[in-house]
Design a protein. Sequence first.
Length: 199
Amino acid sequence: MSKTVAAKALSRSYAGERSLTFLVGLLALLGGALALVVGYGVLGEFRGRRPLLDPIALDWLGGHATPARIAAIVLGVLLLVLGLRWTLRSLRPEPRPDLDLDRTEGAELVVTAAAIAGAVQADAEQLAGVSRARVRAVGSRKSPALRVTLWLHEGTDLKGVWEQLDTQVLARARESLGLAVLPTAVRLELDTSAPKRVR
């Protein structure tokens, strides 16, 4: 399992939201830095003492009031739509794809995302050293992926669990589903036993 394949299984969580947040933060940082540079007079004393709303710009806006208002309204509506779309995309439940194994009319065969996750979870829980597992099928119908979380007993051979997961569990899942590649993100955690009471 390469890093590229694992990253594909996590793509929805990382790509869109983080990129947009980074760009918005970068623009805000650059705007603040520019305001500080101008305010401290680095670009000249005259620019540092000018009012925040430039009189020349205010005169131009006064002379072109109607187009300026229309542009401001259009920009505001555009920002509102983009913000709502980003919010709804972030809050939307992640799709869990069903996989079409056979699309022949009258003999369609579809494996649900829950069945895929349940089968892989049952196999993963049989591995030596694994106390429990949680599996989610994510992605799309054309490009499914898995997110696997394994809770390990204390003292478990981590390398052995990793090899068994790759060569047995995930290889069986790829073979059963007829997929050459099944991107998988694996998270390993140490299973904490219940605290013992002292008498």
